[in-house]
Design a protein around this ligand. Structure first.
Ligand code: FAD
Ligand code: SF4
Length: 498
């Protein structure tokens, strides 16, 4: 008999084609204590537990025996299993989160069982691929690893050259949709009896957690995940590239795929998502297809390897020595800043915000306001349905907060209101004026931006990509500089009231 442990982010049915059902015993553990480690978004817990419960049923339909343990801790789950199957050797795919394999090993060996870790088949690239790229490097760039993987997969290639003559069509992907643009309607998914039962369970055990369940609309089965994928490819991929960076009031999805939860849980593999998208090559602009493939083959794989390489010190990085806690409006959305308030409301209602909202609104504001990177990381970890440590930590600590000093990004992602005003229509609905830096109506992003530049002048001066911005600050007369810094000081002293 083979014993296989399936973790909550390894819900991939296809790999069980290799296992004979009659000689395979499966273990799944649904731990309440794990769900209470942080005040995780209720929708994240509903998604995870409902997807696990559906997965159990699907395995059983294929003829597998599933020992599905529901209770407080992982330890109790393993103890119950090893009482029924003493001294079992349990196989598990390499967990994505740092330190989990070791923790599980300790629990299982303490109960007289054995844990065997096998390769995780859900990634598109291997450790060897990463070593080929990274072995001799101290800092890393996604673009070059991505090109290596393009060559390896032969995706969007024309012989040894990139299709269309360019590796990257980013410069074509920065449009803002015209006024009154009609976006495709989101796909609606109906909750079934398992999801409704799990919903009641979440309200019972996690009542005080972040978020609301009312608008829950996430795929909890492979079949639903395939529907989300098809819907995206049919109605959204075409304009994915063009409007990738745009933010529009009242539009949560725009042309994004909303596939991260399904891919991160294993309901869909990254490989099949890319391969299915590539079939649309004659129907969508190359800039959209390449842009989408780059997010998954490029960014997603890259972040996973960055995390594995830099942990555990990486999570504690705080290069700017920031100490402030997150203001309350990251929980309540009660701020006059329209862009921030809308993004937090969206996260509360859905557990999701798209990349530019995460990076240039929520993350940008936190960095400009001098929030401790670990507090920001925790907030992103608990607030989003697609959040797992391996993907949150590099995106927050590295990409968004630059707390690692730029191991894999070339400069901090910070901006004042001008960028947000260009890429969104939020400022038109805001009490603050994006064009003002000083005064009661001035957008807080502006003075905080210059305050950040001034505070970190010495370290930023070492970065050639910041030179124009620094020159822009330094050419201002002292009186103007002092007034801007005073404005920033006032805002930071009254962060809860802005
Ligand atoms: P799309 O825009 O449709 O992109 C397609 C896919 O590309 C995504 O589903 C995702 O699998 C992948 N992808 C794109 N960018 C990244 C990236 N930077 N890192 C990893 N994968 C990427 N992604 C998560 O999956 N979970 C998180 O908790 C998460 N937290 C983030 C926090 C911050 C501060 C930032 C800046 C980014 C974060 N991301 C995270 C990356 C990205 O924002 C999300 O993957 C994306 O918004 C998910 O929505 P989507 O599926 O509609 O993506
Ligand atoms: Fe955001 Fe400032 Fe624009 Fe208001 S004015 S929406 S706070 S960028």
């Amino acid at each position: 008999m083979q014993h296989v442990l399936v973790l909550g982010d390894q819900l991939n049915l296809e790999r069980f084609d290799l296992y004979p059902p009659k000689q395979t015993q499966i273990l799944m553990i649904e731990s309440i204590a794990r769900g209470q480690v942080m005040q995780y978004h209720k929708q994240k817990l509903l998604l995870l537990y409902s997807a696990m419960r559906h997965f159990k049923v699907e395995l059983e339909l294929k003829g597998f025996q599933v020992f599905y343990w529901q209770g407080q801790t992982f330890e109790e789950g393993f103890a119950a299993y090893l009482q029924q199957f003493p001294k079992a050797t349990i196989t598990v795919m390499q967990p994505a989160e740092y330190g989990v394999a070791e923790k599980l090993q300790t629990i299982v060996s303490g109960l007289d069982g054995q844990l065997e870790i096998i390769e995780n088949c859900l990634w598109l690239s291997t450790h060897a691929d990463w070593q080929t790229y990274a072995a001799d490097k101290k800092s890393y760039r996604m673009e070059f690893f991505y090109r290596q993987l393009r060559r390896k997969t032969n995706w969007l290639m024309d012989g040894s050259e990139p299709l269309g003559g360019k590796w990257n069509f980013d410069s074509e992907n920065r449009l803002v949709p015209p006024k009154n643009h009609i976006f495709p309607k989101p796909l609606e998914l109906k909750p079934d009896a398992i999801t409704l039962e799990t919903k009641a369970f979440i309200e019972q055990h996690f009542a005080n957690h972040f978020g609301t369940l009312e608008q829950f609309n996430w795929a909890v089965t492979r079949q639903q995940a395939l529907q989300v994928l098809d819907h995206f490819l049919e109605f959204r991929l075409h304009d994915f590239g063009a409007y990738e960076d745009a933010i529009v009031v009242g539009q949560a999805q725009l042309y994004h795929s909303l596939l991260s939860p399904a891919i991160n849980l294993g309901l869909l593999t990254a490989k099949e998502v890319c391969e299915t998208a590539l079939k649309y090559i004659d129907q969508v602009p190359l800039s959209s297809l390449e842009g989408f493939i780059r997010q998954i083959l490029g960014w997603r794989e890259f972040m996973h390897h960055i995390y594995s390489t830099l942990m555990p010190d990486f999570r504690e990085a705080n290069g700017y020595s920031l100490t402030r806690d997150l203001p309350h409006f990251y929980w309540t959305s009660k701020t006059k800043m329209h862009c921030v308030s809308s993004a937090v409301t969206q996260v509360w209602n859905t557990g999701h915000a798209h990349h530019i909202q995460r990076l240039m609104i929520l993350g940008n504001f936190a960095l400009l306001a001098g929030i401790r990177p670990q507090a920001v990381n925790d907030w992103f970890l608990l607030g989003f349905v697609d959040a797992f440590d391996w993907v949150v930590t590099p995106n927050v600590i590295g990409m968004s907060q630059y707390a690692d000093g730029g191991t894999f990004t070339s400069k901090p992602y910070i901006s004042g209101a001008a960028y947000i005003n260009r890429m969104s229509n939020h400022c038109q609905h805001c009490q603050y004026n994006p064009k003002e830096t000083i005064g009661a109506n001035a957008c807080p992003f502006n003075s905080l931006y210059w305050n950040f530049i001034n505070q970190h002048l010495l370290s930023l001066a070492k970065n050639p990509r910041m030179s124009i911005i620094l020159a822009n600050w330094q050419k201002r007369d002292q009186t103007t500089q002092a007034a801007i810094l005073e404005q920033a000081k006032h805002i930071l002293q009254n962060l809860e009231q802005i």
